[in-house]
Ligand binder design. Structure first.
Ligand code: AMP
Length: 405
């Protein structure tokens, strides 16, 4: 399908909705349906007895991560990126048929990005639309290129008519945009901007060239330890950044993680995140397999803090290494097992990895290992030699090779 066809198709997607609340025309909304708690509750009926496993599985027939660029718009020929270290500059070069190379972003915590200034006004005409990247409950995501600069991004198209003004979905969408547009970290999917027309809302998002982590995991069943450790290190870095900004993600799971052009992970889906300057929340959200015990408890004060993300990080580490979540069972049993931390780590998991999982999956949130400690944990250090140690190693290597000469 060429660009003209896609553009025409995109225009046709409009659904009739001329009675939209004016508030909707000044804000932007998004929704993440797959496996989020809204779906988990309505589909699985939390608290009711069923023999169905509670994990909401994604259909595997989505786009193959490795194919993301294959069928792209003819003029989007290559996307490359360098450096994804925490706090360092991330540069992405989009090579187009005119072979122009454009530096487009700095993944530092700077208030302004040269190309994507928060004050910039966008419209659909500024983009060339490429192939569809995927489909969510309320819209589709397309590969896109900003015509003037050749900047390659993803464009999420949502239909206002499907967002049910005043509904929980609308709030979720608002929250996602408000939170995500203020974030800039190499392991957090960037939301560059948004715009709308009468019927649709468009989100300009960072393009994650290798697609969904969930799919990558399902393909190999479980990740080798080095890969799992590197992902957990990146997650720890991203969560540290979020928590410093008083943001609790609350919905950490493989389905909400995308993979960038260099294999680096990008946390997405801030639909269930909260900005908590007071640090304690009482709302119940998240996905059952990943829910921490303090969010399941019927008794107690029902409050929780950012330590919920640490529990989910432990579940994630387990799932990366074992191929399934530690408490995966029927709904009722999953809840029971979470509240007792009833799980078994298979013997093929290394001693260090087991130790980290056990320090994260601790019933008392205050006794969970901190993100700083995660970053220094022997399992992480073993596989993620970065910073000073890596620099020393590189320096020693070049020293010995120059001595050899
Ligand atoms: P969502 O509506 O956010 O769930 O997106 C639907 C699907 O589109 C996802 O499951 C991904 O396969 C794909 N997708 C969404 N955002 C991006 C992105 N920024 N880069 C690449 N693929 C994406």
């Amino acid at each position: 399908m060429d660009t003209t066809d896609l553009q025409a198709k995109l225009q046709q997607i409009s659904l009739s909705d001329q009675n939209v609340d004016p508030a909707l025309t000044t804000e932007t909304y998004t929704h993440k349906p797959k496996g989020s708690l809204s779906a988990a509750i309505s589909i699985t009926g939390l608290g009711t007895s069923t023999n169905q496993p509670n994990r909401l599985k994604l259909p595997l027939g989505k786009l193959a991560a490795s194919n993301v660029l294959k069928g792209a718009n003819a003029s989007i020929t290559k996307v490359t990126a360098v450096s994804v270290q925490d706090g360092q500059k991330e540069r992405i070069a989009a090579t187009t048929t005119t072979t122009s190379t454009i530096r487009i972003s700095e993944a530092t915590d700077r208030p302004e990005i040269p190309l994507f200034s928060p004050n910039r006004k966008w419209n659909l005409g500024q983009f060339e639309i490429g192939r569809p990247l995927g489909k969510g409950k309320f819209g589709r995501v397309y590969l896109a290129k900003e015509k003037a600069t050749g900047f390659v991004c993803a464009l999420k198209v949502l239909h206002k008519s499907e967002l049910q003004i005043g509904s929980g979905v609308e709030k979720q969408v608002r929250r996602e945009i408000e939170i995500q547009s203020n974030l800039a970290h190499p392991n957090v999917l960037r939301l560059f901007g948004h715009f709308h027309d009468t019927k649709r809302i468009f989100l300009v998002i960072e393009f994650a060239a290798h697609g969904e982590l969930y799919k990558a995991l399902r393909k190999v069943h479980r990740f080798p330890e080095y890969r799992a450790a590197q992902y957990i290190a990146q997650m720890a870095s991203a969560l540290k950044y979020l928590h410093k900004k008083h943001i609790i993600h609350r919905d950490i799971k493989p389905e909400n993680i995308l993979v960038g052009v260099h294999g680096e992970i990008k946390i997405s889906d801030f639909g269930w995140s909260v900005h908590t300057p007071g640090n304690r929340r009482k709302t119940f959200c998240g996905t059952l397999d990943y829910l921490p015990p303090e969010m399941l408890k019927g008794g107690g004060d029902g409050y929780y803090n950012e330590k919920v993300d640490l529990w989910s990080l432990g579940v994630l580490a387990y799932e990366f290494l074992v191929g399934e979540a530690p408490f995966e069972d029927t709904q009722v049993m999953t809840q029971k097992r979470i509240t007792r931390c009833d799980m078994t780590i298979p013997p093929y998991v290394s001693r260090e990895a087991k130790d980290l999982i056990q320090r994260l999956l601790v019933l008392d949130p205050e006794k969970r290992i901190s993100l700083e400690e995660v970053q220094k944990h022997p399992w992480i250090v073993k596989y993620c030699e970065t910073g000073e140690r890596a620099a020393n190693r590189a320096a020693n290597k070049s020293k010995s090779s120059s001595e050899d000469e």
